[in-house]
Design a protein. Structure first.
Length: 290
């Protein structure tokens, strides 16, 4: 049986958007949708009630009711989609990381309330983004984003970015979207143009991914092109380019080399996750699944 798409849900508007995004992903992938809530002490906020508990039912009863309501909404929109809900005791990071072991994709909102409050701030961000055993899609804002637009993948030739490229090719096929393989120039001239001496190195990486023996050979039906981005910051280069072409998804690996090293760990990752103009998919490297 196909692994499900799992969505972290806490009752917030952003989480509702994540659920509908996840439902479309599950529909495309031909798998079930699993909506999961973590019930722990972070769900209790002053004055000691859950924000979604409007009738003093208690957080557990209120969330079970809300999960059933959201599942019903998804079922009406996608009648052929299998939808299950789970309310689990524990911290948000522990519940999500455990769910990633049996999911093919994890979808979370950038900001939330209750069990997933501050999901992508501090240690929870590090744990979820760096240690998930399946790709993680992070959504920002309360409105469910469009699935249209090209897919951009930041890659640098490392094994981690190769896995990101594979996930990006798969996503482009599922959406019938154009894929852009984006490489950052190692050095830029004073005018911001790509230094001539850099081109052979980055072009070689591009050939490795897009050549007859590269990843693209497995995805002959996917339209793709390559772009070399200039700039001192990998995050800024990726976000600026994604905004310029109205990208529908930005894909990055959880480990990298060169311009994209530390893309998920540290300030670069925080910048991409916090400010990207579109959803971000973080793809774990082989060594991250532990």
């Amino acid at each position: 049986m196909n692994a499900p798409v799992t969505v972290g849900f806490d009752g917030s508007a952003t989480a509702r958007s994540a659920v509908h995004y996840g439902a479309r992903e599950a529909q495309r992938r031909g798998c079930a949708l699993q909506i999961t809530h973590a019930l722990g002490w972070p769900v209790i906020l002053p004055p000691f009630h859950a924000p979604y508990d409007q009738h003093d039912q208690g957080p557990r009863a209120a969330m079970l009711e809300l999960l059933a309501k959201v599942a019903h909404e998804v079922g009406e929109e996608h009648p052929d989609l299998s939808v299950t809900t789970h309310l689990l005791d524990g911290s948000a990071s522990a519940v999500l990381l455990d769910a990633s072991r049996s999911a093919q994709l994890l979808v979370v909102g950038h900001r939330g309330s209750g069990g997933f409050a501050g999901l992508l701030t501090g240690s929870v961000a590090t744990q979820v983004a760096a240690h998930s055993q399946c790709p993680v899609v992070i959504l920002r804002g309360d409105d469910s984003p469009s699935d249209g637009g090209p897919i951009v993948v930041g890659t640098d030739g490392s094994s981690g970015s190769r896995k990101a490229a594979e996930a990006a090719f798969t996503q482009a096929r599922l959406r019938d979207a154009e894929l852009v393989l984006a490489y950052q120039s190692a050095r830029s001239s004073s005018a911001g143009a790509i230094a001539t001496s850099d081109v052979p190195f980055w072009a070689t990486i591009g050939d490795a991914a897009a050549g007859p023996h590269g990843i693209s050979a497995q995805f002959a039906d996917v339209r793709y092109r390559t772009e070399v981005l200039s700039g001192d910051s990998a995050a800024a280069a990726l976000m600026s380019f994604s905004a310029r072409i109205s990208a529908g998804l930005l894909v990055v690996g959880s480990r990298g080399l060169g311009g994209f090293r530390g893309l998920v760990m540290g300030s670069t990752s925080r910048s991409v996750i916090d400010h990207a103009p579109c959803p971000v998919m973080v793809v774990p490297s082989a060594g991250d699944a532990d």
